[in-house]
Design a protein around this ligand. Structure first.
Ligand code: BES
Ligand code: ZN
Ligand code: ZN
Length: 504
């Protein structure tokens, strides 16, 4: 078995505060808003008035309007200290908020492949958002490109961003940048896990890499292998994993915190989902490398919580299995016993995520957390209901709404969805306590959540975030999001943890 090798290459550009444009900077990225009298530039103190005017005139001369995400690159006027200016449209000045800046910084970063050092004034508008946008936008995944196809110089991602601020030595700027850099690193960590192919990331390897990251961040780490899972009766994880020669795991990563509330995180870690005996169609099956997106986000978030020194206790539970068809796989009609004793008739082996999550949720609830967030690439129905970029949140009413609100504030945009009571009866089984699917396709995202609800202990405030579409971008790049893993919902979860730290 290969030893855990957490990636050694940096997962994004170096970020630094600066008071003026450094000599090493090749390009200055500025924001352009639409104004009634033509576009307006925001350059802070980076350029003197005459140079700023010349830059704006140059941009207008080549057709820049300032509409959102528009990119215009011009040679820099003499004396500006850089070779070129890249203007990114921010749209209507009334609509410029953190998310707009994050998206536009990402658009700029993606356009700057081949550039080593960029300076930007977007940080004058919102330092944290600009830092996150540049860092997330510059992330690429090239670990499996050999010399034959690896990006050459002009295709290499942006290596360093100098974020211009009025007082670069200032305590507040320093801590804002440190937080944003840590968040961007966590998102990149989750993306890296998702992007690593199933040939290289299988349960034991995923567990070992999670352990390496957790240990380095000072977390307590516990890994249950197949024998330990058997001993304690984790029938859901074992049932899903038994079709594969690569044995399942349950990883626990604990950030102790220092008093205050406790939060359990649970993430679906199916390192590849063929569907099992209820096998999926071949077209698009390769995307099921993303079926551990929830697990990746949970691992990255608990590590981030430790790095940020959050006071809340965070107990992360990550069930990992590979869902394969074979002579040892579970069959439609099999009955398994979830951890804690609930028996389940497995009608469809492709509804495997809820089986591994249920075990982990019951185990997590034994520790009596105040809150529990689980996240998973759980249902195709999530995409039918909400599309590719909008996670669905279900759970106990108040906490569900709080998670959705926070997610919308930070730009991951999760949307609250109901758990209609009448669907519960559709999960009744003739032979066991529950069936793992309903016998119809209506409200598939909600039915999956209703299944999970059966396993959440009384009194625990619970949110379930279905990220089937949002965790993995199969289309073209947009904003700060490239192809492949997106890291959603890392930023939602860390912001919820911070909110709980502040509000209880
Ligand atoms: N991993 C899939 C859900 C999924 C689909 C994630 C597409 C990302 C993109 C999950 O395990 C699954 O197969 N769910 C089934 C459930 C059904 C059998 C009730 C689905 O959504 O079809
Ligand atoms: Zn499945
Ligand atoms: Zn799945």
């Amino acid at each position: 078995m290969s030893a855990a090798k957490p990636p050694t290459a940096p997962l994004g550009p170096e970020l630094a505060l600066a008071g003026s444009v450094a000599e090493s900077a090749e390009v200055l990225v500025i924001g352009l808003t639409t104004g009634t009298e033509g576009p307006e530039a925001s350059v802070g103190d980076a350029l003197d008035d005459a140079t700023a005017e010349a830059v704006l005139a140059g941009l207008v001369a080549v057709g820049a309007t300032g509409k959102a995400e528009e990119l215009t690159r011009i040679p820099a006027p003499a004396g500006s200290g850089v070779a070129s200016i890249l203007a990114v449209g921010l749209g209507d000045p009334d609509d410029v908020d953190a998310q707009r800046i994050r998206e536009c910084a990402g658009v700029a970063a993606r356009a700057l492949t081949g550039t080593t050092v960029a300076a930007t004034t977007l940080s004058v508008l919102d330092l944290g958002a600009a830092a996150e946008g540049f860092s997330l936008g510059a992330y690429t995944f090239t670990r499996f490109k050999s010399a034959k196809s690896a990006p050459k110089d002009n295709g290499k991602p942006l290596a360093r961003v100098e974020l211009l601020v009025e007082e670069p030595g200032d305590k507040e700027s320093t801590s804002t940048l440190a937080r944003s850099a840590a968040i961007a690193e966590a998102v990149a960590t989750a993306r890296e896990f998702v992007n690593t192919p199933p040939s290289h990331l299988y349960p034991a390897e995923f567990a070992a890499r999670a352990e390496a990251l957790g240990t380095a961040a000072g977390l307590e780490v516990e890994i249950l292998d197949e024998k330990a899972l058997e001993k304690s009766g984790f029938g859901g994880i074992l049932g899903v994993g038994k079709g594969s020669s690569r044995q399942p795991r349950l990883v626990r990563l604990t950030h102790k915190g220092s008093g205050g509330k406790s939060v359990a995180l649970v993430g679906k870690g199916i390192t590849f989902d063929t569907g099992g005996i209820s096998i999926k169609p071949a077209a698009g099956m390769e995307n099921m490398t993303s079926d551990m997106g929830g697990a990746a986000a949970v691992v990255a978030t608990v590590v981030l919580a430790a790095k940020l020194g959050l006071k809340v206790g965070v107990d992360a539970w990550v069930p990992m299995a590979e869902n394969m068809p074979s002579s040892t796989a579970q069959r439609p009609g099999d009955v398994l016993t979830q951890y804690g004793g609930t028996t389940v008739e497995v009608i469809n082996t492709d509804a495997e995520g809820r089986l591994i999550l249920a075990d982990a949720i019951v185990r997590a609830c034994e520790e009596k957390p105040d809150y529990l967030i689980d996240t998973a690439t759980l249902t195709g129905a999530q995409m039918v209901a909400l599309g590719n970029r909008t996670p669905g949140v279900m759970g106990t009413d108040e906490f569900r709404d709080r998670v959705a609100r926070i997610s919308q504030q930070i730009g991951e945009n999760a949307w609250a969805m109901p758990l209609p009571g009448e669907l519960r009866a559709d999960l009744n089984s003739k032979v066991a306590d529950l069936a793992n699917v309903t016998n119809h396709r209506w409200g598939g995202m909600l039915a999956a959540a209703i299944y999970l609800k059966e396993f959440v202990a009384e009194g625990v405030q619970w949110a379930h975030i279905d990220v089937a579409g949002p965790a993995y971008n199969t289309g073209g790049p947009f904003g700060y999001t490239g192809k492949g893993g997106t890291g959603v919902p890392v930023r939602t979860m860390i912001s919820v943890l911070e909110d709980i730290e502040q509000q209880g």
